[in-house]
Design a protein around this ligand. Structure first.
Ligand SMILES: NC(=O)c1ccc[n+]([C@@H]2O[C@H](COP(=O)([O-])OP(=O)(O)OC[C@H]3O[C@@H](n4cnc5c(N)ncnc54)[C@H](O)[C@@H]3O)[C@@H](O)[C@H]2O)c1
Ligand SMILES: CCCCC[C@H](O)/C=C/[C@H]1C=CC(=O)[C@@H]1CCCCCCC(=O)O
Length: 252
């Protein structure tokens, strides 16, 4: 049976812009109780919540300033105190920076694991929780093979292994918490904009050709809609590709 977002309390990390914002927008269409936007960008976070509230009414979008690499304890406590029950967590915040290995691993991997465990603990039916869903944003870089972005690829592969294990049927049957991965292809956001390229200069020419000739780009809205579909039908431990705005496909 399809899961529904109606009346759910949803937390999305890195949702001030880009894919996280598009997921917030698409989930608000389904009439949830609240969508909590966590982001380090205070100005954009507040503006984004305001834009979404103007669009949907009801002040359901709420911005809380948060660096997911340092603020887990304080912010999760604030959320649990205020809302009592959280039904959905989307671990979306992420970066590509091939030069800052520790920062990239801290955000793309360590934070995702720690936020998952905190909310998994809160949601676990066998520990008195109500069950729930955790969506981890990986990437096509979580399973594709090419010569680019080794650091970023390592982090997104890690998210695939983690999600498939913690979301394994055994763990789902034990806890009632669903954990799934979303794997977008190239999506027009700040993360993928050329002025932020940190790729080795020796391969940059190949990278630009690759981007020009091989990459079906999509808008963040396609990923937002895909996330709602994955929420509705994705079994625990599965991963879903969304590339070029085409229909979602389960990653084998
Ligand atoms: N854009 C793509 O092509 C693409 C493709 C596949 C997967 N992804 C993944 O999607 C996710 C979102 O990427 P995007 O393209 O929307 O990026 P983006 O840069 O447009 O947005 C990322 C958001 O995360 C926030 N953020 C950064 N560090 C943070 C921190 N420490 N704590 C809290 N918030 C923080 C930023 O302020 C920003 O609002 C990432 O995990 C990325 O790896 C992106
Ligand atoms: C050198 C890059 C070649 C691209 C090959 C790679 O398989 C593709 C990666 C993008 C597709 C989905 C993503 O998450 C990825 C987002 C790409 C963002 C690129 C930003 C590069 C940077 O800022 O260092």
């Amino acid at each position: 049976m399809a899961e529904v977002l109606t009346d759910k309390v949803i937390v999305i990390t890195g949702a001030a812009e880009g894919i996280g914002y598009a997921i917030a927008d698409s989930f608000l269409e389904k009439n949830p109780k609240a969508v909590i936007i966590l982001d380090i960008n205070e100005k954009l976070g507040a503006e984004s919540a305001q834009t979404l509230n103007s669009k949907y009414g009801g002040n359901k979008a709420v911005y809380i300033k948060c660096d997911v690499t340092t603020d887990l304890e304080a912010v999760s406590k604030e959320i649990f105190d205020r809302y009592k029950t959280v039904d959905v967590l989307v671990n979306n915040a992420g970066i590509t920076d091939e030069k800052l290995v520790r920062k990239t691993v801290a955000l793309n991997v360590t934070a995702v694991l720690e936020w998952t465990f905190k909310f998994w603990g809160h949601m676990r039916k066998d520990k008195g929780g109500n069950g729930g869903t955790i969506i981890n944003v990986s990437s096509i870089c979580g399973y594709r093979r090419d010569q680019f972005l080794p650091v970023y690829k390592a982090t997104k592969h890690a998210i695939m292994g983690f999600t498939r294990t913690i979301g394994h049927t055994f763990n789902y049957d034990l806890t009632g918490v669903r954990v799934v991965a979303l794997c977008p292809g190239f999506t027009k956001t700040s993360l993928a904009s050329k002025d932020r390229i940190t790729v080795d200069p020796a391969i940059i020419r190949h990278y630009i050709n690759y981007m020009k000739n091989t990459c079906p780009w999509q808008n963040p809205d396609s990923v937002g809609k895909a996330a709602a579909e994955v929420y509705e039908k994705g079994a625990s431990g599965t991963a879903w590709e969304i590339e070029g705005g085409k229909p979602i496909v389960e990653v084998p």
